[in-house]
Every structure is written in structure tokens, then in C-alpha cells.
Write a protein that binds this ligand. Structure first.
Ligand SMILES: Nc1ncnc2c1ncn2[C@@H]1O[C@H](COP(=O)(O)OP(=O)(O)OP(=O)(O)O)[C@@H](O)[C@H]1O
Ligand SMILES: [Mg+2]
Length: 454
């Protein structure tokens, strides 16, 4: 068979092209194929195909009921994929044509990784859609800051996401506990399932019970027809986030413990238990251990919750994150308020670092928002912030730990004043005492009591 001229060129461009007649004899083999399987092209013509290429399945295809076939084959340790086509004329098999779809499968790696990249992008897109749908607003990317404390926090979030243990998130108000809970869910294998939130505070006991565990029809007056599913059930296969667990009434705590230990809940008014598989994340804004010692929280539940504790650090312990947090918030508010603030005066950051942020990031964000409302140009300046009101630097949470917060505050004020005056008079005690209108011995006494170095 001689196709001649350009046609031969076209045929040579097809990898592994080999044609046999109805008797299994080679009638055509292109240069590329002969090279690939290492045979002499001229000498192959007219020979039985398995004499040329022992593992060929072409003879089988002559007898096959299927016109097309695709298979793997090995050649010199390389794996390839070839396709065989039964040639027919007037309903009779006249031969088989074979060519390689892929020679050397390693070349597939590139193709597969291109495809994997595309799939990854698509996954990210759908993840986002599902996240919006499931109402988990935040992901780990929303956690800003690069201080060691935040890096450690993110690491813990990743660990928690890869485990199915109950997570106890502790931290002061406004530190981002909710953000952490969302992030864990979104990174976990349950990300495509529901994220259900319930708050332990501000609800009557009976209401929380039916909220958490649901109720059956006729459970109480006013109960909805057909009953109502509880949050535990709604979070089945997903994540249940109980915020402010510290406020959970003592009477309900055993039921939560049981749900955790046996995976079973009893809807209000129901005789039968329901099995649920909800991953639990709880948040507390008070020290649970302290509540246990005061008899306000059950010890057994505390231990069952405390398997994977995560401490969210207060803002005053990661002041270095302030610029990044402020910039993020400014960008966000630019869009919301239609402003175009591009920079923040360095003095502002210095000042923001001096405050001790009892309300943490929430408070910082509120302060930034308030300042943004005063700013007209492209820079956020000192005068846009109401800094004077913050001179008190009172940390309410810290102060609250004292038996007598007013006394503690007075003592602190006294210490500050004496320190200032000492500094002003270069640590001359006589002048300091005179300025404060007290005797020198009294000054010494006070300094000793307040722990000021002599
Ligand atoms: N690391 C962070 N990066 C960016 N924003 C944060 C960060 N942490 C918290 N925020 C933001 O601060 C605000 C308060 O966070 P969140 O509601 O999660 O606090 P919380 O710890 O649950 O407080 P509370 O105990 O009062 O409920 C939210 O607007 C949140 O988006
Ligand atoms: Mg919260």
C-alpha cells in the first residue's frame, strides 16, 4: 500500500499507526510506530502481527463484536494507551487499524495536573456558594493578623478542623470566637453540611431546651403541629455551635452531656430518643473552670467539652496586628461608606497601641468606623479619633477580678500619680512629697504599699 506524497506525511504524524488485513498480516506500519516498538519497518510488512509485536491484541479485534476498543499496553517499561478500529467493507471485516492515543503515560501527568487545577478552582467556587447557602459567613481567611499569637491560633484551627473532637473556644468579648467556630467548620470535612448556631444566653430555660432538642406535637400548649426539630437534629452530620455555653442553665447540662456521650437526644415530650451525629463547637466568654468551682457549671460536662480547648488571645496581647486589622476594616468601610481612605497617620497607630482594648477587635472596629465618619480626605488622622476619652485605660474585665474593683482602681490611680510626679522631679522624694502635699514618711509608706521602687 502506497499512499504517496503528502498523504504519507499525514499518516506518519499519527502515533503508533499500524494496520492489519483480515488475516492478521501487517499491511501498513508508519515510521513513528516502527521506531516506538523498535522494529524494521520494511521487514514488518506482510508478517503476522504478533510476530512483529508479540503482545498485540489486534487479532482479537478481527473477531470482536465491537468496532472500537481501547487498551493499555507496555513497551520498554512505558505504559501507553492504544485504540483499535475494526475496518469493515460491505458488512465484512477487512482488517484492523490501530493507533496510540497516548504514548508513555507519564505525559498524562501534565494533563491530569491541568485538570486538577481546574477542578480545584471549581471546588473553591462551589465551597463559597455552599458557605453562603449554609450561612457560615467567615472562613480562616477572614482572620487577620500575622503576630505569633494569631499564627498559633490559625494552626490550632487547622488541627481542630481535622479532628472530630468537641472544641471549646475561650476568649474575651470581641476577640473573634465566632470567627474561629466558622473557620473550623469550613475547613473540616463537614464543610458541605449544615452549620447551626445557638446561643446559651438570654433565653428562658424551657425555650432553650426545645430549641436544642426539639419537641413533638402536643408537647406543651402552643407547640407547633407536627412538632419541631431541634438544633442538634438540624446539625446532624454538620456542626452545632453553642455560643456562650457558660450561660447554659444547669438543668439542661446533663442532656447536652448525654448528646455528646451517646449521640442521643430526647425531643421535649417524646418517648423515643433520636440518634444524632453533630460535631460540637462551643464558645465561652467566662472561665468555665471558675464556674465549676462555684457550682455554676457541671464538672462532668466541663471535662467533656474541654477536649480541644482553643484560647483566642485578647487584642492587647497582639498589638502588632493593629495596623493590619485597621487597614482591613478601612478597606471594607471604604466600600460601605463610599469613602476612599488610602492611608492612616502613623500617630494613630501609636495611640491605638496605648489603649488596652477591653472590647478587643469589635471595639477596635467600632472606633475605626466612628473615625471614618469624620474623615473626608484620603487619610485617617489623629483628630478623627476621639482619643481623649480613652485616657482612663480601664480594663473592665481585669478590674472585675478584684474583690473590690473601686479600691483597686483608686490604688492604680494613686500609683500612676506618684510615678508621674517622681518622674517629673527626677525621683527627688522631698520635692515629690511637697508637690503631693504629704509628708516624706507618708510618701515612703505609700510607695512601699503600692510596690513603687524606692
Ligand atoms: N482576627 C480577626 N481578624 C479580623 N476580624 C476579626 C478578628 N477577630 C475578630 N474579628 C471581628 O471582630 C468582631 C467580633 O468578633 P466575634 O463576633 O467573633 O467575637 P466574639 O469573640 O464571638 O465576641 P462575643 O464574646 O462578644 O460574642 C467581628 O466583626 C469579627 O469579624
Ligand atoms: Mg460571639
Amino acid at each position: 500500500m502506497n499512499l504517496g506524497g503528502d498523504f504519507e506525511l499525514f499518516l506518519d504524524a499519527i502515533p503508533g499507526l499500524l494496520i492489519i488485513d483480515r488475516y492478521g498480516k501487517v499491511i501498513y506500519i508508519n515510521e513513528q510506530c516502527a521506531d516506538y516498538i523498535k522494529v524494521d519497518r520494511e521487514k514488518s510488512i506482510g508478517r503476522y502481527v504478533t510476530d512483529v509485536f508479540p503482545s498485540s491484541i489486534m487479532p482479537d479485534i478481527l473477531k470482536s463484536r465491537n468496532k472500537y476498543n481501547t487498551c493499555f499496553y507496555f513497551q520498554d517499561g512505558r505504559m501507553s494507551i492504544s485504540t483499535q478500529v475494526q475496518l469493515q467493507k460491505d458488512g465484512e471485516v477487512t482488517g484492523v487499524l490501530e493507533y496510540d492515543m497516548i504514548q508513555d503515560i507519564n505525559a498524562l501527568d501534565d494533563l491530569l495536573s491541568q485538570y486538577a487545577e481546574k477542578l480545584k478552582d471549581e471546588m473553591a467556587y462551589f465551597r463559597e456558594q455552599v458557605r453562603n447557602f449554609k450561612s457560615t459567613k467567615y472562613s480562616i481567611n477572614n482572620i487577620r493578623g500575622s503576630s505569633p499569637k494569631v499564627q498559633a491560633l490559625k494552626y490550632q484551627i487547622e488541627l481542630a478542623a481535622n479532628s472530630s473532637s468537641t472544641v471549646l473556644i475561650c476568649g474575651e468579648t470581641g476577640t473573634g470566637k465566632e470567627l474561629v467556630a466558622h473557620s473550623i467548620h469550613n475547613l473540616s470535612s463537614r464543610a458541605f453540611q449544615s452549620f447551626v448556631k445557638v446561643n446559651g444566653a438570654g433565653m428562658a430555660e424551657s425555650l432553650i431546651e426545645s430549641e436544642l432538642f426539639g419537641y413533638v406535637e402536643g408537647a406543651f400548649t402552643g407547640a407547633r403541629k407536627g412538632g419541631k426539630k431541634g438544633k442538634f437534629e438540624l446539625a446532624d452530620e454538620g456542626t452545632l455551635f453553642i455560643d456562650e455555653i457558660n450561660q447554659m442553665p444547669l438543668s439542661l447540662q446533663p442532656k447536652i452531656l448525654r448528646a455528646l456521650q451517646e449521640g442521643e437526644i430526647a425531643p421535649v415530650g417524646s418517648e423515643e430518643d433520636i440518634t444524632v451525629n453533630a460535631r460540637l463547637i462551643v464558645a465561652a466568654n467566662q472561665d468555665l473552670r471558675k464556674l465549676v468551682s462555684e457550682g455554676k457549671f457541671r464538672e462532668d460536662l466541663y471535662y467533656r467539652l474541654n477536649v480541644f480547648p482553643i484560647m483566642v488571645p485578647p487584642l492587647r496581647e497582639r498589638l502588632d496586628d493593629i495596623p493590619e486589622l485597621v487597614e482591613t476594616k478601612v478597606q471594607e468601610l471604604n466600600k460601605e461608606l463610599g469613602k476612599s481612605i488610602g492611608s492612616v497617620e502613623p500617630g494613630v497607630y501609636r495611640k491605638l497601641r496605648e489603649y488596652n482594648w477591653p472590647g478587643n477587635i469589635r471595639e477596635l472596629y467600632n472606633r475605626v468606623e466612628a473615625a471614618m465618619n469624620y474623615a473626608n480626605g484620603d487619610t485617617l488622622r489623629m483628630e478623627h479619633f476621639n482619643f481623649r476619652a480613652d485616657n482612663s485605660k480601664i480594663n473592665l474585665d481585669e478590674l472585675n477580678q478584684f474583690d473590690n474593683p473601686i479600691e483597686a482602681m483608686k490604688k492604680e490611680a494613686e500609683r500612676k500619680l506618684i510615678n508621674e510626679v517622681l518622674m517629673r522631679f527626677n525621683y527627688n522624694k522631698t520635692k515629690t512629697a511637697q508637690y503631693l502635699k504629704i509628708s516624706r514618711p507618708l510618701l515612703y509608706q505609700k510607695m512601699k504599699r503600692l510596690g513603687i521602687e524606692l
